[in-house]
Write a protein that binds this ligand. Structure first.
Ligand code: F6P
Length: 548
């Protein structure tokens, strides 16, 4: 069995990490006046500074050696060319083709998928225009005002994150709502203020079998039917995005109102496909197109830039360095932009569903760490919640700080205050504060020697906590497209370095199958499945109290 750990570059990085670990970032900056220029890159629509990582020239060179030794460029080219690199499902991975702006064909089994993409985009554009102009009428002849998007996971998080991020670009033609949780409280809350005659439902499910989505869709259908005895109401108020046309039709969606996607689009990479329909409805087609263009610019950069200039590659390799060689197991995403408040949740799925794997391409259990534990929150709120842990906790959490030069809402005094925190937190995480500085501060404040001695150990921040800065000019459809594509390619690169298949999600299936088995046991008297005593005890308690 050959492991990535046996590669010469991996071994060299392990040896090099022993030298780098004791070196403080403060020292690395003091020794190299060029450090910021050396370790920052202007990428399409995003500036990337990775200088506040425990790296030096040698680290970067060795990381690039590792990328080359893992054949990263040829894997990248295979992915973009439509090779079936999702080996466990026998599928190509072509979300890049959904946003590709060039006229060059992308052939999959001899068929140019770009033709299909163009046809679907044209259908989306026509439909979106009709709904937004008010030409699409509901059962009573009224135009649509509210769109309720029903879907979960990759069929929800992308559109939700993007429409939240670009909310200020909406012209208010349509209101958008999302239902993902099968907990009835969400669908009830969303539907309560809405009027059936002016509400449209977009049911997004690649498979059209996902139980949460189908349960919510049936509830929405009942809600609509309760308002009218019009036999065509469902067809006038429901559209679907799915690869399963038969199931969508039998649900009650008119065939011409089903938007399709393909098995070569993974759920968590699907917002560029018809899964992005809510985005186009909310913002208008031209802004959706700009989002695609921004992503395409980043793809082009990823395909063309040499490795030492390549943003997605460098972002990925710095993550590999922090995880595999410095031993950091988590990674935080901290947007300093309220509009990106769903980005951490979105990236959590994208990264953790992709690279939360422990079997390599050859079927061996890996003997190294793969995907990091991804978590995060809008940075400024995080500061008043978990940053204590980030600064002084025993677990070091490398973090991406995402901000923009221009605010989405320019209200005097706000953005500079926000961004002062953005810069300050990264600096504080890096530099920390030592005993001498604390002593000087407390002395100036008139503290006694005894008080100073007590406080010093509690106030010490050791610093040396790595961060990346991602700085955009402004959140726009284009820059957001570039940012998401940057992360998508980072995920791909890391998957190749770890020799794992980033594009399947078998780990999600097991729980789904077991829930399907337990569901009838909640309705019937008997528990028929072979469960452990804890599961039986909990189910029995639930049933007893439910029926009490
Ligand atoms: O969470 C698992 C998953 O399979 C995701 O990959 C997918 O995005 C989501 O469920 C929803 O699946 P579907 O689009 O088929 O409803």
């Amino acid at each position: 069995m050959s492991s990535r750990k046996s590669l010469a570059s991996w071994k060299a990085l392990e040896a090099h990490a022993k030298d780098m670990k004791p070196r403080h970032l403060k020292e690395l900056f003091a020794q190299d006046a060029q450090r910021f220029d050396k370790f920052s890159r202007q990428l399409p629509n995003v500036f990337f500074d990775y200088s506040k990582n425990q790296i030096d020239d040698n680290t970067q060179a060795l990381l690039l050696d590792l990328a080359r030794e893992c054949d990263i460029e040829s894997w990248r080219d295979k992915m973009f060319a439509g090779d079936k690199i999702n080996i466990t499902e026998g599928r190509a991975v072509l979300h890049s083709a959904l946003r590709c702006q060039s006229s060059a064909p992308v052939l999959l089994d001899g068929h140019n998928v770009k033709q299909d993409v163009a046809a679907e985009l044209a259908k989306i554009e026509e439909f979106v225009g009709r709904v937004r102009r008010g030409d699409w009428k509901g059962y009573s002849g009224k135009s649509i005002r509210d769109v309720v998007c029903i879907g979960i996971g990759g069929s929800n998080l992308g559109p939700l994150m993007v429409t939240e991020a670009l909310n200020s670009y909406s012209d208010g033609t349509l209101n958008i709502h999302y239902v993902s949780n099968v907990d009835g409280v969400q669908v009830a809350d969303v539907l309560r203020p809405l009027h059936p005659e002016s509400t449209m439902f977009v049911v997004s499910s690649k498979t059209f079998t996902t139980s949460e989505t189908m349960t919510n869709a049936h509830t929405a259908q009942k809600w609509l039917q309760a308002a009218t005895d019009c036999p065509d109401a469902s067809a006038q108020h429901f559209v679907a995005v799915s690869t399963n046309i038969t199931a969508a039709v039998s649900f009650g969606v008119a065939e011409e109102n089903i938007f399709t996607m393909w098995d070569w689009v993974g759920g968590r990479f699907s917002l560029w496909s018809a899964i992005g329909l809510p985005i186009a409805l909310f913002l208008g087609f031209s802004q959706f197109k700009e989002l695609l263009e921004g992503a395409c610019e980043m793809d082009q950069h990823f395909c063309e830039a040499p490795l030492e200039q390549n943003g997605p590659l460098l972002l990925a390799m710095v993550g590999v360095w922090n995880g595999n060689f410095l031993g950091h197991q988590a990674h935080a995403l901290l947007p300093y932009d309220q509009s990106l408040h769903r980005l951490p949740a979105y990236m959590q799925q994208a990264e953790m569903e992709s690279n939360g794997k422990s079997t390599d391409f050859d079927g061996n259990v890996v003997d190294y760490q793969t995907g990091a534990l991804i978590w995060g929150e809008v940075g400024i709120n995080g500061q008043h919640a978990f940053y204590q842990f980030m600064h002084q906790g025993t677990t070091i959490v490398p973090a991406d700080f995402i901000g923009s030069v221009e605010p989405v809402e320019a209200i005097e005094g706000h953005h500079d205050t926000l961004m002062a925190n953005y810069f300050a937190q990264m600096e504080a995480l890096m530099n920390g504060v030592d005993a001498g500085e604390i002593r000087a501060d407390l002395t100036a404040k008139g503290k006694t020697e005894a008080e100073i001695a007590t406080l010093i150990p509690h106030k010490i921040h050791r610093g040396n906590r790595p961060t990346n800065a991602l700085l955009m000019e402004k959140i726009t459809p284009r820059s957001l497209g570039s940012l998401i594509a940057l992360y998508e390619s980072k995920i791909f690169v890391q998957g190749i370095i770890w020799n794992i298949c980033s594009f399947d999600q078998w780990g999600v299936e097991l729980g789904k199958v077991m829930a399907t088995k337990i569901l009838p046991e909640l309705a019937n008297d008997a528990i028929t499945g072979a469960h452990d005593s804890s599961t039986v005890g909990l189910i029995n308690r639930y049933k007893k109290n439910k029926n009490a």
